[in-house]
Design a protein around this ligand. Structure first.
Ligand code: ADP
Length: 460
């Protein structure tokens, strides 16, 4: 096992990784920007190194600075965390070339899954169901129009380098297509430096269901069940739960086993997530994330497995400590992403936390790196805490979440806690009857086709 690890990330995930290391007596080095000098992970790490100014491109994305920090602190391995360089194949390659272990999959797999058009083609060949769409990138407007007419509107134009919902535009009709195509390309180019796009049929009422997988370097790969991440805003997850209230035991087993089989065939090492859209009893591959996910704790809750510990274990070249038949799912879990944002306008709210009282008690876990007196810097994403709830049943989770939200106090900045409270009290959420559009329709950000239908039938 490793003796010393460099954590190339920030915020709660840097702390999460530090915690897993601490429990295994692995020394940690946390690198940070000038703006993160007072971060909790920096304070708790065995060592810390400032790698540059606030802007991510000069610090958390600064590969030479990170590798230099790794060399001077003499670490064995580098954990890239989530976001930043975690899905950068070039970084993974350079880490290994400099003699450190990259805690993640091989650069080849990161590359293959990082281009979403290539990923789709690859997993289709390996046997996963995919959404109808262009077989490859779509280079011109004319070709895009032609393919869209073939598959039928509405269509979704998506960036091959996509992430965080960027570079994704819907065209409901042929007339809307040209504009949407141009906008998707421009947005993708600005966000990822790559404007290539592909086209998919736009599904009307799907759920987002993803399967946690893990593989080792000995040819073993298993799944750890699914997470339902359908509560979204702007294609971004807001609240997740595991298991999914929508799947039958048969469907759960089917998609879990299929996902594990694909990962085994790939010879994939490390943790990963295969994301699907699920509609009318059918699954469609969306993408594979070749890293830890923000929402990994809910899988830890229902399986009892520390995913970061297991990630370190397989990265060090060890075989998985369990087999598929050892994995049992117990109880239910929710995760609320608490962002420092206005709960209605979603405008980021950086600044000083004047009061912080996280909830506690049975079945409540808070993964957060903020503390009273801490100033949230304005340069990074606005996730400040994950409220994770465990219950024997979904109903117990609902009651416990209500109790935990009533205890949670954050003052000095706006947070999305009131949004979670609102979601919790909505009937559709309580009954598990929601899809990826539900929250935006509820918030009035998207037209509700059912409401329209009701009006039409009233008029008729
Ligand atoms: P990103 O990598 O930007 O997160 P994904 O491909 O994972 O992009 O999709 C993000 C979200 O966008 C999904 O969870 C879903 O809500 C929506 N989405 C993606 N593809 C489709 C589709 N073909 N039809 C309807 N919604 C989609």
């Amino acid at each position: 096992m490793f003796k010393k690890i460099l954590i190339a990330n920030r915020g709660e995930i840097a702390l999460r990784i530090h915690r897993a290391c601490k429990e295994r007596d692995i020394q940690t080095v946390v690198v940070h920007s000038k703006a993160d000098e007072n971060a909790m992970a920096v304070k708790l790490a065995d060592e810390s190194v400032c790698i540059g100014p606030a802007a991510s491109k000069d610090s958390y994305l600064n590969i030479p600075a990170i590798l230099t920090a790794a060399a001077i602190t003499n670490v064995d391995a580098i954990h890239p965390g989530i976001g930043f360089l975690s899905e950068n194949a070039e970084f993974a390659r350079m880490v290994e070339e400099h003699g450190f272990t990259f805690i993640g999959p091989s650069p080849k797999h990161i590359e293959q899954m990082g281009d979403k058009a290539v990923a789709k083609k690859t997993v289709k060949e390996l046997g996963l169901p995919v959404i109808e769409g262009s077989p490859d990138i779509v280079p011109t407007l004319e070709e895009g129009q032609k393919i869209s007419k073939e598959i039928g509107f509405p269509v979704l134009i998506k960036a091959v380098a996509g992430g965080g919902g960027k570079g994704m535009k819907i065209a409901y009709t042929a007339a809307e297509f040209d504009n949407a195509f141009k906008m998707a390309r421009a947005e993708a180019k600005a966000a990822f430096g790559n404007g290539d796009v592909y086209i998919e049929k736009y599904l009307g009422n799907p759920r987002h269901i993803e399967v946690q997988v893990i593989g080792d370097t000995h040819g073993n790969a298993i799944h750890l069940g699914e997470r339902d991440c359908s509560i979204q805003r702007s294609h971004q997850k807001v609240l997740e739960e595991a298991p999914s209230p929508a799947l039958s035991e048969k469907e759960r087993k089917y998609i879990g086993e299929l996902s594990a089989e694909v990962v085994r065939k790939m010879g994939y090492r490390g943790v990963g997530t295969i994301e699907y859209l699920y509609e009318d009893g059918k699954f469609y591959f969306l993408e594979m994330n070749t890293r830890l996910q923000v929402e990994h704790p809910i899988t830890e809750i229902i399986t009892g497995i520390d995913l970061v510990r297991e990630q370190l274990h397989v990265a060090a070249g060890n075989p998985l400590t369990f087999k598929q038949e050892d994995i049992t799912f117990k109880g239910w879990a929710f995760e609320c992403r608490v962002n420092a944002e206005h709960p209605e306008t979603f405008i980021p709210s950086p600044g000083k936390i004047t009061k912080f009282h996280p909830p506690g008690g049975l079945g409540v876990r808070v993964d957060s790196a903020i503390y009273e007196g801490y100033s949230i810097p304005p340069y990074y994403d606005s996730l400040i805490a994950k409220l994770i709830i465990r219950g024997a049943t979904r109903n117990e989770c609902l009651r416990r979440l209500n109790r935990a939200l009533s205890e949670f106090v954050v003052e000095g900045v706006n947070t999305t806690l009131p949004l979670h409270n609102r979601i919790l009290h909505e009937e559709e959420f309580r009954s598990g009857d929601y899809n990826i559009h539900w929250l935006e329709r509820k918030l009035g950000l998207k037209p509700d086709p059912n409401a329209k239908k009701d009006k039409d039938s009233e008029a008729a």
